[in-house]
Design a protein around this ligand. Structure first.
Ligand code: 3PY
Ligand code: MG
Length: 258
């Protein structure tokens, strides 16, 4: 991977960029490579709900790089050490779920940004070779060339949104509409398309815009991805591999069975 591919996500993100990321939850790195060859801006490997392990994420980042795309990794809840590790493995972005307090956001930034912004420990084992940077160049540039996104998917998170966005090293937020729908309905429903979620998406976009940080979200349908792009979202996940697999199978079955 070239430094240009590594930096592509950070460079393009912002100002209503409407980037689209694939989302891979199956652990086989070849699937990440397959998704990366579609007309997407990035591929996200999901270590939270997906079955992507540390080893398969590292290999998946390599496959995505071979296809000339940047990788993003969604880490498990609170597993900030894995965020550092995935950046060391060449990920260009980190999505951290359930960032519910300003302290959570500070910890996330600490593990993903080098001093003076954060406390990321030195050791970009694979990223260094992938980018071709000298150690000094990597140290100086990695904070700006990688993207740290805090997930907003609870009432608590919405309540402290401005505080999260004010944390140096947090480049933007990523809305999880399904968890947010559960939270806003007090456990009553999971409905990423609920009106309350839509209002929250508007609110998040406005707050991000006001401080020049990225507004990102997961789309469960193609229509909602298009709608989020129209609203001015900067990065949108276009469903995920399991949604796409089931949709594709059902569509083919529907035709085959008449
Ligand atoms: C959510 O919708 O809650 C997500 O985390 C998207 O993957
Ligand atoms: Mg979620």
């Amino acid at each position: 991977m070239s430094a240009a591919v590594y930096a592509a996500l950070a460079k393009a993100l912002g100002g209503g960029s409407g980037l689209l990321t694939g989302w891979v939850s199956m652990p086989d790195p070849l699937l990440a490579g397959l998704v990366a060859r579609e007309d997407l801006d990035a591929v996200t490997l999901d270590m939270q709900h997906g079955m992507v392990t540390t080893a398969s994420a590292v290999l998946g980042i390599g496959q995505v790089a071979l296809a000339g795309k940047p990788s993003i990794v969604r880490i498990p809840v609170g597993d900030f050490a894995t965020a550092s590790r995935m950046l060391d493995a060449g990920a260009s972005g980190i999505i951290a779920p359930m960032i519910n307090t300003v302290e959570d956001a500070r910890r996330l930034a600490a593990y993903t940004k080098y001093p003076p912004v954060g406390e990321r420990s030195w050791g970009p084992a694979i990223a260094l070779g992938m980018t071709g940077f000298t150690m000094t160049d990597y140290l100086k540039q990695a904070n700006g060339l990688t993207v740290t996104l805090a997930m907003v998917e609870t009432r608590e998170s919405l309540a402290v949104l401005d505080g999260i966005l004010a944390v140096d090293g947090i480049d933007g937020v990523f809305v999880g509409p399904s968890d947010l729908s559960i939270a806003l309905s007090d456990g009553g429903e999971v409905n990423a398309l609920a009106p309350g979620v839509s209002d929250a998406l508007d609110h998040v976009l406005a707050r991000c815009r006001s401080v020049g940080k990225a507004a990102c979200a997961f789309a469960t349908t193609a229509e909602s991805a298009r709608e989020l792009r129209k609203r001015g979202y900067d990065l949108i996940a276009l469903g995920n591999d399991t949604i796409q697999m089931r949709t594709g199978i059902r569509a083919m079955l529907g035709v085959a069975k008449g």
